[in-house]
Design a protein around this ligand. Structure first.
Ligand code: COA
Length: 171
């Protein structure tokens, strides 16, 4: 196996993935971040996950990305649901490898639109723009953090609806 491998997530990765997510998003030691709870909610509702990706470095899972299904207006689209890289392994390009692998597969699958919630300074490098610029709105998350990447000229427009585990976090 290569020293660094980006591949689809497998069931055996689940425990390590959870610890990567908790470590990457955890601001305070011992306090579990909301993203770890969200990951549990998504796992409990398999229809809310399209694909999981991991990056493995020297046999250890050090990064994770989820693609989740959303609707935009009344049409299906894809979202990068969360990306996490173990703090000890950040800034080595693993996040970019994960995003690139996920986008490559979505392009091949004929997806027309990908959305993501995150820092524009990070996702802008992959071509994401503030969602309203391409006619996509989020009732839950504000611009400029809600971003979109059209993959076709004809893509859905309108309000984004995330899978239920995201909406459950808001109440
Ligand atoms: C965001 C994250 C996934 C990036 O992973 P990574 O492997 O460190 O990223 P890469 O090595 O591909 O890219 C590093 C670059 O991204 C920048 N970057 C990392 N996190 C960033 C953030 N939140 N906002 C803006 N820029 C960010 C770094 O400064 C670096 O910039 P440079 O290339 O100009 O030096 C990782 O930092 C992480 O897990 N953060 C905590 C969880 C999180 O915020 N996830 C994203 C929201 S879903």
């Amino acid at each position: 196996m290569k020293a660094v491998d980006v591949r689809h997530e497998e069931p055996r990765d689940a425990a390590r993935v959870r610890s990567v997510v908790a470590g990457a998003f955890g601001a305070e030691p011992g306090v579990e971040p909301v993203e770890a709870r969200l990951l549990d909610g998504l796992r409990a509702d398999p229809a809310s996950i399209t694909t999981g990706w991991v990056v493995e470095a020297d046999g250890d899972v050090v990064g994770h990305l989820l693609v989740v299904p959303v609707t935009v207006g009344d049409a299906p689209a894809a979202a990068i649901g969360m990306v996490a890289v173990d703090p000890a392994h950040q800034k080595k390009g693993y996040g970019a490898e994960l995003v690139g692998a996920a986008l490559g597969e979505l392009i091949q699958a004929g997806e027309t639109l990908v959305v993501v919630l995150g820092n524009p300074a990070y996702y802008g490098r992959f071509g994401f723009v503030p969602a309203p610029v391409v006619g996509v709105e989020s009732p839950l998350y504000p611009s400029p953090y809600m971003q979109a990447l059209p993959l076709r000229v004809a893509h859905p427009r309108g309000e984004i609806t995330y899978p239920r585990p995201y909406r459950d976090l808001e109440v």
